[in-house]
Design a protein around this ligand. Structure first.
Ligand code: ATP
Ligand code: FE
Length: 397
């Protein structure tokens, strides 16, 4: 039953996690299914919190047996953002296809090989979350399987514990979560304890990338508007670029993010020329590069401030994890690596990014974030509700 085709296997689940699991499990009543295994637990996971319909099969031995993502960018391009009703309908259409494909690619039988089902419980768009959650619960009830509802941002944050094996980040570590709905700088002290050191009161970095990409009239690539901006900004250009002035540096010296003023700066530059139709390619490129540089510099400044905060509070941090869709940006990856070289420490800081395909939304991260709970036999009731708004700090309470 647990003999699996070994694909993408990285190694077994950390022993410390299994021991913690065994200790906690003594207190809880295991389901019939969970009793069948401790070492190699296989999770089928669903993710449908925003505009990607995802299903994946992952084992506790770190095997990613399948990872299916059905994107909806083409459906939302005309609306300038995620249209909730269209996203819900697309999830309803696509989820059965994604699940079927995930099981087929993993070469597993849902009745015989799956030990637990995980889904995104929040945060996200309520109607979108409910598609994945209802499917997960109904399938689990029919098969008598345990379920775990996962926090989407915790899943982004824990991905490097799966993908950076055999050298995963060690707690406590700093985490930058840069995505479509969030810009968070966190101190992670355990799998479930996250302290927010900085967040944004206005707009996320991802939305800001999306807005600037749209303002510049860039064609969305298969990976969406942010990736289109990165591609455009990275093009070869031998001529001099025009001077567009200096981007603002919001909340200078403070542990907090603000991205609205960066895209407003681009908006004002375009308005000063009476519209994008009057802007030549060189000016457009200067705006795209200027924005990307300012957006990433904002992260660099706050990351260094977080290290100062840790030093003041005598918290010894040696690892930084960066995840979420914007973490797939290669300019950001290069800049953050450079920035961390300037931190005053005896040992170099280790920086972990998931591979780009696991930075944007996927169900592998949902499966992985559920694993410690399944192994601890700490699963949810089938009646568990959704949390469309859910602070990551509440996980530890
Ligand atoms: P959240 O995780 O906060 O709920 P989300 O799930 O919608 O939001 P993700 O899928 O994690 O967000 O990330 C999507 C965001 O990442 C979008 O704003 C997208 O434009 C941005 N993004 C993706 N690739 C890149 C890139 N190469 N450069 C910059 N931004 C990018
Ligand atoms: Fe996300």
């Amino acid at each position: 039953m647990f003999a699996k085709i070994s694909r993408n296997s990285v190694n077994s689940f950390p022993t410390s996690m299994l021991l913690a699991t065994a200790r906690r499990s003594a207190a809880t009543q295991p389901s019939r299914r969970v009793l069948r295994t401790t070492r190699n637990f296989t999770v089928l996971a669903f993710e449908s919190s925003a505009d990607d319909t995802c299903a994946a099969v992952v084992t506790s031995s770190r095997e990613i047996l399948s990872n299916v993502v059905i994107k909806q960018h083409d459906l939302h391009e005309g609306y300038g953002g995620i249209h909730p009703m269209i996203a819900i309908e697309a999830h309803q259409r696509n989820l059965p296809i994604a699940v079927k494909r995930a099981l087929k690619e993993a070469n597993v039988s849902v009745a015989k090989d799956i030990d637990g089902i995980a889904f995104t419980r929040g945060p996200g768009i309520g109607g979108c979350l409910s598609v994945g959650s209802n499917a997960a619960k109904t399938l689990a009830a029919a098969l008598d399987l345990p379920i775990v509802g996962v926090h989407h941002m915790q899943a982004h944050a824990l991905t490097p514990l799966l993908t950076s094996w055999p050298n995963p980040p060690k707690f406590p570590f700093l985490t930058l979560l840069v995505s479509g709905g969030h810009t968070l700088l966190l101190l992670a002290t355990s799998l479930t304890s996250f302290r927010i050191l900085a967040t944004t009161p206005d707009e996320s970095i991802g939305r800001s990338f999306d807005k600037v990409s749209r303002m510049l009239g860039l064609k969305w690539t298969a990976f969406g508007p942010g990736a289109a901006l990165e591609q455009f900004a990275g093009q070869q250009w031998d001529a001099d670029l025009p001077d567009i002035g200096n981007f603002p540096r919001p909340l200078r010296g403070k542990l907090g993010f603000s991205y609205a003023s960066l895209h407003s700066f681009v908006e004002r530059c375009i308005a000063a020329k009476q519209g994008i139709q009057n802007i030549d390619e060189g000016f457009k490129l200067a705006l795209a590069r200027g924005f990307q540089t300012a957006a990433v510099a904002h992260l660099e400044e706050k990351l260094l401030l977080a290290f100062e905060w840790c030093a003041q509070n005598k918290i010894h941090v040696q690892d930084v994890v960066v995840s979420g869709g914007v973490a797939s940006n290669s300019y950001l990856r290069e800049r953050l690596a450079e920035c961390l070289k300037t931190v005053d420490t005896t040992v170099p800081i280790s920086l972990s990014f998931p591979p780009p395909s696991l930075c944007t939304d996927n169900a592998v991260m949902i499966a992985w974030a559920s694993m410690h709970r399944f192994l601890a036999r700490d699963h949810d009731e089938y009646t568990i509700g959704l949390r469309p708004k859910w602070s990551i700090e509440e996980l530890s309470s």
